[in-house]
Design a binder for this molecule. Sequence first.
Ligand code: UTP
Length: 299
Amino acid sequence: MAKPIRKAVFPVAGLGTRFLPATKAIPKEMLPIIDRPLIQYAVDEAREAGIEQLIFVTGRGKTSIVEHFDHAFELEATMTGRDKSLDVLEPTRIQPGNLVTVRQQVPMGLGHAIWCARAIVGDEPFAIFLPDELMIAHAAGHPSGSTGCMKQMVEAYEEVGGNLISVLEVPEEEVSSYGVIAPGRRGLGRDGALTEVTALVEKPKREEAPSNLIISGRYILQPEVMRVLENQGKGAGGEIQLTDAMARMIGQQPFHAVTFAGRRFDCGSKAGFVEATLTLALEREDMADDVRAIMQKLA
Ligand code: UTP
């Protein structure tokens, strides 16, 4: 039987240059979609999937991410003194010992960030979350179900084991900005959402792309990837690429892609961030009417 997924790595050491100057002193992962920072959505998704041990790969200027999940003594004492409920802080509570940070001193790429967590990951399969890719489950009652992305991946992992990445289809002209898979057999797994992966390419030219299925910020990987990363040189953009390391694992271990039944927002881009904010605001009972009225006025 496959070992359960208990640990998740959150690489949050990037510079967030596309959001400057907002991200000069605030980490990109702390930018809120409505009233929750991006990192909170990712942590909630991990917990829904049964993952409790959180490993943050951080860098300079990122301490507020860790503070977000700490006890805020003055705030809580003051709120309690004013008879205000602390329920709103519930998602920020972490069992002592379940949050570990490791520093990536220089942002040398996603692959390098993951490798920085090798001692904490140890000899177990683990999940990876890129918090700027916001994966939102369908609303309750949707015909495709309303489970989060990582939970869907963990369920698939229990069927096929090995390595899994989440993918989604994009228009062909967009493939050159992403990691792209070469698909093998499709429609596998209990609900047909699994595709065999035969190769991976980071940021291919449009005419050389093996498909329009892009890797979308969620992974379940076997610990052997750390040893591959160890010996790997720089790839696209002069960075140590996770995609290159994963590509070298294909053929040695099972490798599948999961098409997420849900919605994905690229919150690393400004337009994607606004789209996520509007979409989620329109789904919130406490503000949907107001936001709809504003949108009608603007339109
Ligand atoms: P991105 O390239 O999307 O993020 O990396 P970035 O570098 O922070 O943002 P821009 O492009 O300059 O605006 C994807 C994820 O990998 C992490 C980032 O924090 C983000 O979550 N990352 C990237 C690292 O942790 N270390 C790195 O060296 C690079």
